[in-house]
Structures are given as structure tokens and as C-alpha cells.
Ligand binder design. Sequence first.
Ligand code: NAD
Length: 462
Amino acid sequence: MDSPRNLQGDLESLRLYFRCGRTKEASWRKTQIKGLLNFIKENEGDIMKALKQDLGKHRAEAYRDEIGTLIKSLNYALNSLKAWMSPKKVKLPAVAVLTTAELLPEPLGLVLIVSAWNFPFGLSLEPLIGALAAGNTAVLKPSELAPACSSLLANTMTSYLDGNAVKVVEGGPSVGEQLLQERWDKIFFTGNARVGRIVMSAAVKYLTPVALELGGKCPAVLDSLSFSFDREVAVKRILVGKFGTCAGQACITIDYVLVEKKFLPKAVELMKAITTKMFGENPRETNTVARIVNRRHFLRLKNLLDDPTVKASIVYGGKTDEENLFIEPTILVDPPLEAEIMTEEIFGPLLPIITLENIEDSIEFIKARPRPLTIYAFTKSKTLERKLVSETSSGSLVFNDAIIQYAADTIPFGGVGESGIGRYHGKFSFDTFSHEKAVARRSFLVDFWFRFPPWNDYKLQL
Ligand code: NAD
């Protein structure tokens, strides 16, 4: 289904197929997950090629963030499916004598998954794993901004799946809008908050539940660690989580770093040295940093740097190459907080460092801004750690590393407040696409006469 022309007919077939009950069978669900696993394993080379073509991603990044992570998630789902599908017995109060109850996960029906371009496979398949493991039929709309990846999903991945249950619709915003007019049992959206609002408004029509995986500005608090080894490890993890993760075009990338004033010279010196070590003197030649997805995003990032006060704050990098849509890893110190680079999500290889008198001030700095998808903190101070845990709010909070939470099946991935609604990965994906039905069973044996009318004062006193 590569154009929305036959949308109505296709959607009706998907609904009918769901109703026939086939997708509820455990064996069917397992076959679909195995199909996805085979798709990834048998098309590794093509996946890498498509990621190179659309985003200039290095093969190592393609494997780490997409292929390897998905193989791990698919194996985890295969091994966990039986447990996920099992009803859970629950306790009831003593008054419910001779009654048992359980929570039974059941699929929602026909679901829509709209994904983004920066991790075109992961952002499509992680939710799709959950949708199929939970026994739904699904329509996936990948992003038009990664066309080679979208085409691989539409033309190759679908041949590994039950075509009666999964369709891929390719296209841009107009196709997305057309899909949103339809009746769904759940809409799972990954993208920016502006489109997230469009999704939520459209969902009102049929009271469709939504999951919105959005973005925002994820801060990293870099404490002035006393040992040089710790400092180096911290800076390496920050830089790979920024420049080495789709060139900072990731929702959980580090948007900016907060450091104490007295630590700034050391932090900048380390960041410069390690960036050069990781990506070379001329990163465009080494092909180790992904390119910017398209001209619009390139110009948006270039405009951020063109602001004279922002430009003056560049301490490393800053070169842009429009023809190749490439921007050097760029480090800035204290760009104005009112400049767009500090008010909008950066989503590119620009890393502002913001200085504070005391590292504890980072808590107020973060709390004064919208709640991020993730807060990172590199510290050995238990006091700072405790304060960050208890006083800040974010989708996740990660100490002493970056991005690793994305690959963990046992912790939920999702935002809070403006960074999103809903969560997924591992069992959380299964839950996102399930309804937990409460099933209670009462025996006929014991009955209480006082629970039935006619009412009188005596019954009330019992
Ligand atoms: P986007 O919101 O423009 O596009 C995402 C998807 O929505 C695409 O498939 C696109 O075709 C579709 N779309 C666009 N306009 C639409 C409309 N009017 N109606 C229906 N569908 C429409 O995404 P983007 O801005 O290119 O992606 C970057 C954003 O996504 C960043 O804000 C980033 O933080 C966020 N993001 C979040 C996550 C996460 O997991 N939380 C992951 C990746 C990206």
C-alpha cells in the first residue's frame, strides 16, 4: 500500500482480519516477530546502505543504533511473549468472597504508527514489535525524509510479515493527515510537538488513544569530577551521545551541557581534544559524522549559528557545507540564553556549554524550562544525585552515561509534559498496544440476603 488511494478498502480488510481472530494467536504473533528478525538479519547490508544514503550514517552507528539494537529487542520480545500474554491473577478484598479476578491483556484492534526519519528502522520497528506482539493489525507510515529507508520498509520488510495484518503507507505530511482522518484503535506518533498537536486533535474525533514520542532540549550536567580519568570518560560519553549519534539529530541527544565556571577551561580543553580524536581534524573527510537530513534542517541549524552573538561564542568547529549538508561538530560557550539555540531543540551537531556559579544551580536551570525527555548528569556527588532525582522531572534520568537507556528493554522510553505522552520498549510496548481487561469470576455458592432490596434500616446497620 504505497499510496493512500485505496486506503478505505485496505483499512476495512485490516479491520476484518483483526476481527477474524487470527492475530490473537500466540503462534501468529511469534511468526511476525520472527519475520521482523529475519528482515533485519537478511537485509543488514541494504539497511546500512539506506542509512548511508538518507543520513550519511557510518556503518558502526547503523549497527549500534538500528540493526544491533533491533535484533536485541526482537529476541527479547520472542523470549518474553508468553509471559507478556499471560493473564495476571489479582487479589480481591475479603468482601468479594469466593471471587477470583485476573487482568487479561487483549489487543486494541487496528493501530497507526507514524515514525520519524532520524532512526528510521528503530522508530518504526520498536513500536511495530509491540503492536504485533500484542496481537493488533497495523499501518506504518515511515518518514518521507528518509526515502531509501522508507522504501526498504514498504517493499522488503512487508514481505516478511502477514500482508493481511500489516501495511506500510509511504508519504509525507499530506498522507499523514489523510491517515489521521481515519478511525484507529491507537495512534503511536514519533516526531515534533507541532505535529504531535495535530495528531492529538485528529484523535479527538473517535476518542482514539494516542502515544506521542516527542522531543525537546535534554540537558547534561557535567560536575567538575576530580579524577582526570572520570572527566575523560564523562566527556567521551557526552561527545559520542551528541556528535556520534546521527550528528545530534536524536530526541535523546544532549542538547546542551551545564558546567561550573571554574571547571570551564578544563571541560573545553577536554571536549576539543576528544572531539578531534574521535572525528578527526577534518570530520567531513573521515565520514564519521552523519550529515544533516535535508536542506531545510541544514538552513535551520546554519541560522542558529548565523546569529552574531551565537557565532561569537563558538570555540570549536562551526564550518558548514551546504552542498553536502554537512555541519562540523561545533562547541559553543555561553551563547545568550534568549537566542534560538537555547530556546529551541537544536537537533544537530551544535553543543552549547552553559556556565553556572555552582553545579547545584543546574537544578533550578532545568526546572525553569519544559520537562525534558532525558536529563543526563555526570557526577560522583551523592548529594547532587539525590537532588536531581527528587527535584527534577523528565522522561528518564541517566547518571554518568548518555543514550544507553534507549537500548534497555526493561526501562520505559517516553517523555513527560511537553516531551511526550506514553511509553514503550520491551513490555512497555506490549502494554501500549494492549487493553488490560479485568475479568472477575464469582461462585454461585455463597450469597448475602442483605445486599438485595427491599432496603430497610436494619440492612443499613449490617
Ligand atoms: P515530524 O514531526 O515532522 O515528522 C514525523 C512524522 O510525522 C513523519 O512521518 C511525517 O511525515 C509525519 N507528519 C509530518 N507532518 C504531518 C502532519 N501534518 N500530519 C500527519 N503526519 C505528519 O518530525 P521531525 O520534526 O522531522 O522529527 C524530529 C522531531 O521528532 C524532533 O523534535 C525529535 O525530538 C522528535 N523525535 C522524538 C523521538 C522520540 O522517541 N521521543 C524520536 C525521534 C524524533
